[in-house]
Design a protein around this ligand. Sequence first.
Ligand code: GBH
Length: 458
Amino acid sequence: TLAAPETTTLRFPPGFWWGAATAAYQIEGSVDADGRTPSIWDTFAATPGAVAGGDTGAHAADHYRRWPGDVALMRSLGLGAYRFSVAWPRVRAAGGGLNARGLDFYDRLVDALCAAGIRPVATLYHWDLPQELEDRGGWRHRDTAACFAEYAAAAGARLGDRVQLWNTLNEPWCSAFLGYGAGVHAPGGASYADALRATHHLLLAHGLAAQALRRAHPAARVGVAVNAGTVRPVTASAADRDAARRIDGLLNRLFLDPLLRAAYPADVQADTAPWTDWSFVRDGDLATIAQPLDALGVNYYQPDLVGAGAGPERPYPTGGTVAFHPVPGPVTGMGWPVDPTGLTDMLVRITRDYGPLPLFVTENGAAYPDAVDGGRVADPERVDYLHRHLAAAHAAIGRGVDLRGYFVWSLLDNFEWAFGYAQRFGLVHVDYATQRRTAKDSARWYREVIAANGVPRP
Ligand code: GBH
């Protein structure tokens, strides 16, 4: 009872960015407003069987119309930063060129955030490729990277005086391997050759966009958000460790090495030789991809446990040589394991292998089947998940990681991609029939964390 507060609270560095994150297609709705053109997610969601319950993002959380109230909500939580994505299909006009009305929306949003004292953090690509570009080959096609740079230039020119940090891409592994490899995300492609081509063109798009953002505003701070995951071997045997090397290569090093070392990992290129000859990589591309990064964003949810042998299929080109094992311990509503040690390990590993460099946790959170009861949403499991992951992030700082901020996924319940509205990740509950917002207990808990700049030692 006489302990000093310092011994009971894990305090974060002064100026730490406390945020929450969303993405355009998951919250905005208004898919036909102000000149927006269809995206691959409109098309995919309209495909029977692609999304649980036949759900689509047509209405989502109606944020496109309710943004002033949502900014007020962010302010009431005390958020210091808000990570949103700009919808490319709002900004690119039908047939090409610029649709200025699309940028008007984000211009108003960014102004309102600044007025509320909330730092705007903008992602340029959170999976909503304009369908017209997919019809020309999408991310299989090198020209898509050049189109992305034009879009980045327009967004940078309009918003770059106020956006505090850019993320060019969100989770390019998902765009490539879930979208073009496993077909569980838009556009529903099922070719690992295409997934690897798409990987390269996404990374090239990142590099070209970083250059465009800095041309628009020389002081622009540019990053990219990757779904880095800690991959552990199920035993210390050479075969299981090789399986872990293989998955770590495809999930992490395939992205981090070109971004931060201007090279593709030789072992991944050798492993994937049955699928591609990598001839889509041209001279100079790796120098373009490896633009200096002001920060790297890490989206972290769970570790993977792998071994040699065949198992239930996962979206990796391994030729059936790798088995995924259940991670011991509790799982979230998605069935994803809760293991915060994977977050500490990932942040420390990136710093050791690629750093030192400023890092942000650009997403972390959990889905549970939350319900409003008497005006309240009790979500103790989410509080526990966030608490333990923040303690894990704090432990990484103690081990020398330059962690600058943390963003909860998500501010609002939203369209959870292939799972539709069945999964709720929000700090704030959304009743989709009425669009009523109800702050969950976790939102009140997070407000206290922000005010204290720390969490109680668990
Ligand atoms: C993030 O991606 C997204 O950025 C966000 O939009 C989304 O709403 C949020 O997380 C919650 O899902 O090997 O096939 O089992 C999700 C990150 C990466 C988590 C892939 C699941 C395992 C895929 N996902 N991972 S699989």
